[in-house]
Design a protein around this ligand. Structure first.
Ligand code: TPP
Ligand code: MG
Length: 573
């Protein structure tokens, strides 16, 4: 085999350097010796380049990358193993597509299977690992582009190109199958290295911005709906600027994957569009892929204007936006341009009549916001009077106990609507939800913690969803890399949504009659015990009285660098 500096493993690591990759998130496999060799050279020669992280599980590797990108906005590199690692990581790859996370995923295969006279790739490639048509077939439906690296000569440029494609709108995962023989082959290092630029951000034409700005200014009852305007802090700020300018109410969609507007802002009108949809005459969908449900329940009296980089999600089977007008391009820029036009045209501070209409709307929205907050407070007070530990009490106490810079990741099911209303998250990047399947919360949380160690990162999980996570590798990784998480288990002793679902189809069925919901049962472990082997602290909370002290101690432990798990055994839901 060739030695350092001139083999395909070096080509890959060099491409990562040029792509500006900071971490390579990986789960090991027997194709990767050439890349590890290149990483060893990088260390010995003290060269600058990405850090290699062994994550111990593919879901974890992919979700760490997603979480890291959610905060930094940077492109990620993930190395998995052959077809099996891809299959294990595929739920995360799907989530990367749904969250528009730019990511290059690599895995390998053998081309010779032991029949080349001078080379043994390992018998496992022949016996176990081959994928008919190549491993790219397994992830083709999930990625923007996927192919085999065609030769040692093209390997470097194919990794670069996979990265450049991943970054293009809509951003998402790409895949490259890098055969072992191709990585082991000689590679002539490049002399013409260039840092790969991030793509320019396209924006709508001036005339389109002007038209929508006019529609907004003339609307008597505008409404904004969003599920991910806050993907970047600039989007969060730009949405607030536009909403404030014209006093436009904002609804965050129930499928939101990130917080986009301050919950405590008087223009925030909650998470339910139904009460306001029929009174709107103009609905602005700001990165809102599912603004209402059912899909046909579009507003009857409103024009619908869609703002998105790419409004039609090709990964959705059915999507019914009912758009009358579209502004396509970078959303933060589009929002800022709308505000600038509205300000420049003097609409926002036009005649006294227009101004007083806007101010009347602002006052009325502030009043309905106060009413919503009063109702939230009353619900908490009522829950605290009831005996037993309730999920609402957990959310409200978290809001009182945790620091303002906490970031929450939600992977609960029955408790999601409580969490978004009552957990006290503040500001951009303070609340996330990983789409596409349970089991991703811990990886996503670790990625966020890696990108912003100063934040308290809190994973809100159900007892069922915790068990879908790769708990051992996640806690091991957290300990090894000093990334303490706070894990709150909303333990309602089962897959409660499964029995709710069963009941909804068979309200008078045999299961309901005999209280026999076989799809609901779940092991009754004390999840708090999981913390100890990882140097962490665990709290089993069975009564409302135990809750606050447990959360305070857990918060302090995390602040001091230890993992904390709070197993909140709920009596009321
Ligand atoms: C990977 C994956 N498998 C199965 C499901 C289906 N599923 C959705 S919610 C749920 C139960 C979750 O249980 P838990 O976290 O305890 O929440 P609860 O229903 O009790 O609120 C299941 C199994 C899923 N979403 N993702
Ligand atoms: Mg449960």
């Amino acid at each position: 085999m060739t030695s350092k500096g001139n083999h395909g493993g070096e080509a890959i690591v060099q491409a990562f350097r040029q792509l500006g990759i900071e971490y390579v998130f990986s789960s090991p496999g027997s194709e990767w010796a050439p890349v590890w060799e290149a990483f060893a050279s990088q260390e010995v020669e003290k060269r600058a380049g990405p850090a290699f992280l062994n994550c111990g599980h593919e879901t974890l590797a992919v979700d760490l990358a997603i979480g890291y990108s959610a905060i930094t906005g940077r492109m990620q590199a993930v190395m998995l193993h052959a077809g099996s690692g891809l299959l294990q990581g595929s739920m995360g790859i799907n989530a990367a597509r749904m969250t528009a996370t730019p990511m290059v995923v690599l895995s390998g295969e053998s081309l010779t299977y032991g029949d080349r006279a001078d080379f043994d790739p390992g018998a496992q490639w022949y016996g176990l690992l081959g994928v008919v048509g190549g491993p790219q077939r397994l992830v083709e439906p999930l990625v923007k582009w996927g192919n085999q690296a065609t030769s040692p000569e093209t390997l470097y440029d194919m990794v670069i190109r996979a990265g450049e494609i991943a970054l293009r709108t809509p951003a998402g995962p790409t895949y490259l199958n890098v055969p072992l023989e191709t990585m082991l082959a000689p590679w002539a290092p490049r002399s013409n290295l260039r840092a790969v630029p991030y793509p320019p951000k396209p924006r709508p034409a001036d005339a389109d911005i002007d038209r929508v700005a006019r529609m907004l200014a003339e609307s008597a009852s505008p409404l904004i709906v969003t599920d991910s305007a806050g993907r970047e802090p600039e989007g969060y700020a730009a949405l607030m600027e536009l909403a404030e300018l014209l006093a436009i109410p904002v609804i965050e969609s129930p499928v939101a994957t990130v917080s986009s507007f301050p919950k405590e802002h008087p223009l925030h009108q909650g998470f339910d569009i139904d009460p306001v949809l029929e009174t709107a005459d103009l609905v602005l969908l700001v990165r809102s892929r599912i603004p209402w449900y059912p899909p046909g329940a579009s507003p009857k009296h409103a024009r619908v204007v869609v703002l998105d980089e790419q409004p039609f999600k090709t990964w959705m089977v059915y999507q019914n936006l009912h758009g009358d007008d579209y502004l396509e391009g970078d959303v933060p820029s589009t929002l800022r341009l709308l505000s600038a036009v509205i300000r420049g045209s003097g609409t926002a501070d036009a005649g006294a009549a227009a101004r007083s209409k806007i101010e009347a709307r602002r006052a009325q929205l502030a009043a309905s916001h106060r009413k919503m907050q009063d109702a939230n407070r009353a619900a908490v007070a009522k829950a605290r009077l009831a005996s037993g530990l309730s999920a609402l009490d957990v959310c409200a106490t978290l809001a009182e106990v945790l620091p303002e810079n906490a970031t929450y990741l939600d992977e609960t099911t029955m408790h999601r609507s409580l969490n978004v209303r009552h957990v006290g998250y503040r500001g951009p990047h303070s609340f996330f939800r990983v789409p596409s399947g349970l089991g991703q919360c811990l990886g996503f949380g670790l990625g966020i913690k890696l990108a912003s160690p100063e934040r308290t990162v809190v994973c809100l999980v159900g007892d069922g969803s915790l068990l879908y996570n790769p708990v051992l590798p996640a806690l091991g990784f957290a300990r090894e890399h000093k990334l303490p998480l706070l894990v709150i288990v909303f333990n309602n002793h089962g897959y409660r949504c499964m029995s709710a679902n069963h009941r909804s189809f068979y309200p008078q069925g045999v299961a309901a009659k005999h209280d026999l919901f076989v799809g609901e049962t779940l092991t009754g472990l004390d999840y708090a015990e999981l913390a100890k082997p990882f140097g962490g602290v665990g709290f089993r909370v069975r009564s409302a009285k135990e809750l606050r002290p447990a959360l305070e101690q857990a918060r302090d432990a995390v602040r001091d660098g230890r993992i904390a798990i709070v197993n909140a055994e709920l009596q009321n839901g």
